[in-house]
Design a protein around this ligand. Structure first.
Ligand code: PHE
Length: 348
């Protein structure tokens, strides 16, 4: 005979099983082949038919009470296991950033690098002037980087770019671009004039890092092609852009220069904001900072991409984005742009 206190004791054993394994052992004890219930079942045959029926019903009730208690406890333990599994699998996606001066790991939100912010701002200025933004690959071929830009093989201008070549294809034919001008060619190939586009991007040259140079830097190229475009349009666009980006106090000047892909060509310079024109380390004592080159698109470039130079004329320019940011924020040494020092980066 099984009384209520036996049933309570069995329930307590089930409830106090702390792990699924313990529960399995208790279940085996209470309901398995060697359990009291199994023994009771075996002895049923010794009873008279009436008593056997009654006893059978009791045993079944007992069995289902215990089975239910085991199932309930198993559900609780399994849920616990699942939560523990989830907790153990948790990945911490937050990154501890050590902020100099704070003295312990503190968490702070990231931000865009000054160069990226400057690029965004320049895009806004030009978009406001009606330009679209285009992009091209950083790995270029000889055709886009030189030949289509009126720089044939062995042209002396090639050495001026201090290009970095890749071990790809014929030696000396694939390079990481030293300027954004190849994107001009890609834009002209993809689209018929009129064209009003800027092309920002990263460039590379074999330069030794100094106050004004880093081997990886950024340029923003501009290209305008339409009917009747003149050098005056170029000068006016550059003046407009200089005032929009630097404010009305910074002046620009164009000085005669030479580029194979433009004729006539000019160098674009702005007043040095560090020394205000008196001469300092940043401007190499000249009072002016050279930001890039510009000029009227050479007829040979038009011919390389199948645009009729009799019908269309245009101008192009290429400025250093890092250089523009350096000037506007009076950063005396360009190298901090690439140093990854948060004390610099978080100032902007
Ligand atoms: N690509 C030239 C350079 O990097 C700049 C330039 C662009 C000059 C467009 C003229 C026209 O030096």
């Amino acid at each position: 005979m099984v009384d209520d206190s036996d049933l309570d004791a069995a329930r307590r054993r089930i409830a106090s099983a702390a792990t699924l394994e313990e529960l399995r052992a208790v279940e085996n004890d209470l309901l398995g082949k060697k359990s009291a219930i199994a023994a009771m079942n075996t002895r049923l045959g010794e009873l008279a038919p009436e008593a056997r029926k009654e006893r059978g019903r009791e045993i079944n009730e007992l069995r289902s009470a215990l089975t239910g208690a085991v199932a309930a406890r198993r559900a609780v333990l399994e849920e616990g296991d699942r939560s523990a599994g989830i907790a153990a699998d948790r990945i911490d996606l937050t990154e501890a950033v050590r902020v100099p001066g704070v003295g312990r790991a503190a968490r702070r939100r990231g931000q865009l690098h000054l160069v990226t912010q400057t690029r965004d701002e320049l895009e806004d200025v030009f978009i406001g002037m009606g330009f679209t933004v285009a992009e091209g690959p950083e790995v270029e071929t000889d055709w886009y980087n030189f030949e289509a830009l009126n720089i044939p093989p062995a042209h002396p201008a090639r050495s001026g770019f201090d290009s970095l070549y890749l071990k790809l294809g014929e030696p000396g034919t694939v390079l990481i671009r030293p300027h954004t001008s190849p994107v001009q060619v890609r834009v002209m190939e993809a689209q018929r004039p009129p064209i009003y586009s800027i092309m920002p991007g990263r460039c590379y040259r074999k330069d030794t890092p100094d106050a004004r140079h880093t081997p990886a830097f950024h340029q923003i190229e501009g290209l305008v092609i339409d009917r009747g475009i003149t050098f005056g349009d170029l000068a006016g666009t550059i003046e407009e852009f200089t005032n929009a980006y630097f404010g009305p106090d910074i002046h620009s000047r164009l000085r005669p220069a030479s580029f194979p892909f433009t004729e006539p060509s000019a160098e674009y310079e702005v007043t040095c904001v560090i020394c205000h024109g008196t001469g300092c380390r940043t401007c190499s004592g000249t009072g002016w900072i050279e930001l890039g080159g510009c000029g009227m698109v050479h007829p040979n470039v038009f011919e390389a991409v199948g645009i009729d130079p009799e019908e269309w004329s245009g101008f192009a320019f290429g400025f250093g984005i890092d250089r523009l940011a350096q000037i506007r924020h009076s950063i005396s040494d360009m190298r901090v742009m690439a140093d990854n020092d948060l004390r610099f980066a978080t100032q902007f």
